[in-house]
Design a protein. Sequence first.
Length: 484
Amino acid sequence: MRPTIKQLSINNYQLTITRWVVILMVILALLLPRMVYAEGKGTTGAQFLKLPVGPRPAALGGAFCGVADDTNAIWWNPAGLGFIEGGELTAMHNIWFEEINYEYLGCLYNLKDLGTLGGSVIYLHMDEMSKLDWEGNKIGTFTARDLATTLSYGRRLTNNISLGSNLKYIHQENEDHKAQGLALDLGGLMRLNRNLTLGTGIQNIRLSEKITFIKEGDELPLLVKVGGSYRALNEDLLLALDLNIPSDNPKTSMNAGVEYWIKDLIAARIGYKSVSDLGSSSHFTYGFGLRWKEYGFDAAYLPYSELNDAYLLSFMMRFGGGKEEEGIRAEEKKKPPLKEIAKRSEPKKKELPQVAVTTLPKIERDKISSIERVSLKEDSHLKIEILSNDTSKDFLELYVAIRNNGEGSTYINPLAFTLVTQRGEYPVSERTYLANGPLLGRRLKPSGQVKGRLVFEVPQRERPIARLVYHDKIQGFKTTVSFP
């Protein structure tokens, strides 16, 4: 079923709204921190909110606003929750400075069409320390602790844009004094294509009175982040970069990080921070990660020049049967390339149900369909559309090969295709995919007529029932095939 003009109008309207939301967030990202700094003293309270959460983001130098693809997204950019399926749980222990420890517990779960809900707790505490008078005599003991809890929510607006927010409760204790307050985090994430992602976020927007211990209140450390990430080398390599605009410092700082996965089991990470979390000089950060099925372990080492070094350790577990899209892509990397498939001998033919098929006599496998003796006229436009009733978070790849009567092959790897999510009468989202290049259709202009067959490889998924539609610009839609 082809989208109607009314359906396309709805899609265009949603896309227009999304673009304006992103533009508004970028404007706020550029203007809000400067306005706050101009009005304030340049000093803030609740400094523990600046400490890094999660060994993986910490090892990447804190460049995680444009990554945000695991439970750590709760703290770094809640918009990342919209791209995560199933559930994740992460627990972190941070061996900070002498007698100071930093703990983090985060959990999220995807509610499908309702978005993703998450929550986290960070707890900074220290052992009891001696209280001394002016002459150095012990007069007692004291301790201090800081606590922040968040309720998080993220949801996709389209297949490649997500927004998220945190409601944050802050509590501090220092000897006999206590302070508490509420804050808000906002985030946005846009996946321009399979490799490039951009993100922005505003953290610690104060919703209550200033954090006050005795008489004078302090503002929260408002922070605006703008970041991006790029995946290369079959997505084994991740490059990340963040720019930070704090309210208590007129200078913009930069975080950068690199991550490289080996066999999707072991990751090596290195990062760079131009300004540390507590205002010390720039330094490098290091870490590694391990993954096995739904479990993961991460570690990071943060060397500080003015203070003792810090070590971060965390354990991660996925549950609920869902997978984040990166995990799906990792599985796809294990599949053989199309050239290898094309060289194999013909598999045994297997008849499958066909829907409205008159020119498609046979299907070879549940993942590959064959269209024999299809004539492509010169300057014809080849377009593939993937239509499904439940594909809002499915990831599909398409490879196309043209064989000229069995003598040689012309490969288009990959060809652009469109993923349309259907909900009832109207499609709710639409996106054109290309592994490389802009999100635009690509013309296929064979020389003369090509009489052979087109081979479409569509990786099978658990949920979708995909319908392939081969479109010829001159003759219109010609075939439709359903895969169970």
